[in-house]
Write a protein of this length. Structure first.
Length: 83
């Protein structure tokens, strides 16, 4: 498992919050994007794209189903970036 960098996790949480229209302060790291927060697959693609732009990385679309919450999204980004 990747060691979590708090600043990167916080920024990913902000990106997620911006894309699914919730306050970052109210967003739990484990809240499920689709089941609990009402996001759809297009919102997940938006999140993926925003993270790619923020960190100048490429995340394979095959990783999208793994991006179910903030923690999992961080892990996907970390693997793509080599953090």
């Amino acid at each position: 498992m990747t060691t979590v960098a708090p600043d990167r996790l916080a920024r990913i949480k902000e990106i997620v919050a911006e894309n699914i229209d919730v306050d970052a302060e109210d967003l739990s790291d484990t809240a499920l994007f689709i089941d609990e927060l009402g996001a759809d697959s297009l919102k997940l693609i938006d999140i993926l794209g925003a993270i790619e732009m923020e960190y100048s990385i490429v995340i394979d679309m095959d990783e999208l189903p793994k991006m179910v919450n903030v923690e999992a999204t961080y892990q996907v980004a970390a693997a793509a970036a080599g953090w």
